[in-house]
Design a protein around this ligand. Sequence first.
Ligand SMILES: NC(=O)c1ccc[n+]([C@@H]2O[C@H](COP(=O)([O-])OP(=O)(O)OC[C@H]3O[C@@H](n4cnc5c(N)ncnc54)[C@H](OP(=O)(O)O)[C@@H]3O)[C@@H](O)[C@H]2O)c1
Length: 242
Amino acid sequence: MARILITGSSDGLGKLAAEKLIREGHQVVLHARNSARSKEITYQVKGAESVLIADLAQLEEVKNLALEANKLGKFDSIIHNAGVLNSDSKTIFNVNVLAPFVLSALIEKPKRLVYLSSGMHFGGKPISKLEDIGKINYSDSKLLITTMMKAIARHFPDTYSNAVDPGWVPTKMGGKNAPDDLQKGIETQVWLATSKEKSAKVSGLYFRHQKALSPHPAVLDEDFQNHLIQLCEEVSGVNLLP
Ligand SMILES: NC(=O)c1ccc[n+]([C@@H]2O[C@H](COP(=O)([O-])OP(=O)(O)OC[C@H]3O[C@@H](n4cnc5c(N)ncnc54)[C@H](OP(=O)(O)O)[C@@H]3O)[C@@H](O)[C@H]2O)c1
């Protein structure tokens, strides 16, 4: 049995992954943006250990979330799942990039970290300057989170750090006409978070449907990785490396 924290588990892929993990006998800590969403998810998802609350667009709430998570004790795996598609650039950056950065830096390192990327990261721009945050779109944010995954894999060799493209699936974000399979959309995160298979105990890789694929070339660029980490450290005031 593994103990797993999933961000953004009040809906969509995060909620479905939580339900699957609970069915499989794992101990799951959920996360919701506010107490109203927390009440709803407590009612809807039976068998979770607890629900942590934070609006990931708010830096102080994210820092507090890390403190609350650490009070609960060490996790085996964390799935950084929460994300926004249609919002202003600052919110997209805060939720999709800065929040997973701050949580990765401040929560005691689990054995496995999983970051939700997207096939849309291939259309992203490798942004790492403070003045460009105001221009960030969803594709850019997914390129940044995939790059962060790679940097974390490099800096923390004792933790498996990987990214997942779940496919284009019918959630609130994906829309009801999304063509890909919803169940397949959660399998890879669940597998990377829990499987004893050798092929799941890897690091620094970008997966789609349990297959490692080549990501955008910028993901592999160590200078870009370093600039991105510096940018997140500057904006958050949180250091990734001790
Ligand atoms: N669906 C797709 O086709 C697709 C494709 C590629 C990648 N992805 C990625 O997969 C992940 C999950 O997407 P999804 O389709 O499941 O999206 P979703 O149905 O919109 O769910 C997103 C989750 O993130 C939470 N969230 C968003 N902003 C938040 C904030 N400021 N504070 C706290 N929680 C917040 C949402 O909370 P609320 O329920 O309160 O809004 C919800 O639980 C995302 O990272 C997304 O980018 C999805």
